[in-house]
Design a protein around this ligand. Structure first.
Ligand SMILES: [Mg+2]
Ligand SMILES: [Zn+2]
Length: 181
């Protein structure tokens, strides 16, 4: 199958530093129609998110999972099924206890993408990664994802970032609109 790999913060929801409260969760404009369009193009969805806020002790895994269930429920009611949400709770320097780890899952490492590839038999060359940071793009490239697209809907980008990505769009809905989906 071909999938759209989605970073979470700055792609699905508005980037807020170390988001974990439901009341702070806000979809980026147009995300739901954009995902519906991508679904109609035959893509399945996998979310790939660094959540070092867990490792840093800013919120717990339980709080993280509560927020995950919240937005997955909303997407599901819109007919958008996410195959799986992969998250990395680690931090190589600031992690507390078991979370202090130089892991292979934290983007820009491709660990989560490679795990998904095996689990769902994903055709990586037909798949697309959407992210708002260069680390999303580097992880996708390392996992041989066919296209990696940087979005301006999250973290501010610098000129150097723009060259690494295959393309840059304002948001997910900007991408699908311009592709005529
Ligand atoms: Mg992000
Ligand atoms: Zn990790």
């Amino acid at each position: 199958m071909k999938v759209v790999f989605l970073d979470r913060d700055g792609v699905i929801n508005v980037e807020k530093n170390y988001l974990y409260k439901i009341e702070d969760f806000e979809f980026v404009d147009g995300v739901i129609p954009a995902l519906k369009s991508l679904k109609s193009e035959g893509f399945s969805f996998v979310v790939i998110t660094n959540q070092a806020g867990i490792g840093r002790g800013y919120y717990t895994e339980e709080q993280y999972h509560t927020l995950t269930r919240y937005y997955l429920d909303i997407l599901q009611r819109e007919g958008i099924e996410v195959l799986k949400v992969y998250f990395c709770p680690h931090h190589p320097l600031k992690g507390v206890g078991k979370y202090l780890m130089d892991c292979s899952c934290r983007k820009p490492n491709p660990g989560m993408l490679l795990e998904a590839q095996v689990a769902f038999n994903i055709n990586m060359s037909e798949s697309i990664m959407f992210g708002d940071k260069i680390s999303d793009i580097l992880a996708a490239k390392a996992a041989n994802v066919g296209r990696s697209i940087l979005l301006r809907s999250g973290h501010p980008l610098c000129e150097d970032d723009l060259v690494v990505a295959d393309a840059v769009y304002d948001s997910l809905i900007d991408y699908t609109t311009k592709h005529g989906y």
